[in-house]
Design a protein around this ligand. Structure first.
Ligand code: AMP
Length: 187
């Protein structure tokens, strides 16, 4: 199964990816996690990505597309995977189509987590107290939400045209969100 989890920052994509991983044996591929690892290991890519991440901007397409193309060709992705935080631009979505087309692997579902902006900001500020993410402060959070609206939201239509989008109410108890998610993807 190939799943794409979409939604603004703080919508619960990471948490709910884990619910799916626990239920079905597929893996989670999070570009945010991969980039954070590269930053902490101070790799060449990490050094390039850090400034963009710290200000809430998107890391350039060619960088993230390269990471994903390499990752989904690996053997452990054969049974499927969850993309968490990718694609975020039209260019990324088109590159993903091309790669999956070459591998003969269709996307099964794109799930969109719907959460009002006020709640997103509250959740992200709460997270900043628990995890030390340099991009969870009010100014950067607002920029990330803005970038989502400008660059990522249009992907809803991209996948809607192909009848792949499933909307989930992402508010409330995470266990309830999980149940809605499982129903939407049929697991
Ligand atoms: P996330 O953990 O998904 O919220 O991602 C954290 C940060 O990593 C984002 O604000 C971007 O700077 C960068 N990032 C993660 N995924 C992508 C992507 N698909 N395209 C561009 N930048 C990304």
């Amino acid at each position: 199964m190939i799943l794409i989890l979409m939604g603004p920052p703080g919508a619960g994509k990471g948490t709910q990816s884990q619910s799916i991983v626990d239920k079905v044996s597929i893996l989670q591929i999070s570009t945010g996690d991969m980039l954070r690892k590269a930053v902490s290991e101070e790799t060449e890519m990490g050094v390039k990505a850090q400034g963009f991440m710290d200000s809430g901007e998107l890391v350039p397409d060619e960088v993230v597309i390269g990471i994903i193309e390499e990752r989904i060709r690996e053997k452990d992705c054969e049974n499927g995977f969850i993309l968490d935080g990718f694609p975020r631009t039209n260019e990324q979505a088109e590159a993903l189509d091309e790669t999956l087309g070459r591998l003969n692997k269709p996307i099964d579902h794109v799930v969109y987590f719907d959460v009002p902006e006020k709640e997103l900001i509250m959740r992200l500020l709460e997270r900043s107290e628990k995890e030390s993410r340099t991009d969870d402060n009010l100014e950067v959070i607002k920029n990330r939400l803005d970038i989502f609206r400008k660059k990522t939201e249009s992907l809803i239509e991209f996948y809607q045209k192909r009848d792949l989008i499933r909307y989930i109410d992402g508010t409330g108890n995470p266990d309830d969100v999980k149940e809605r998610l499982f129903r939407a993807i049929g697991v």
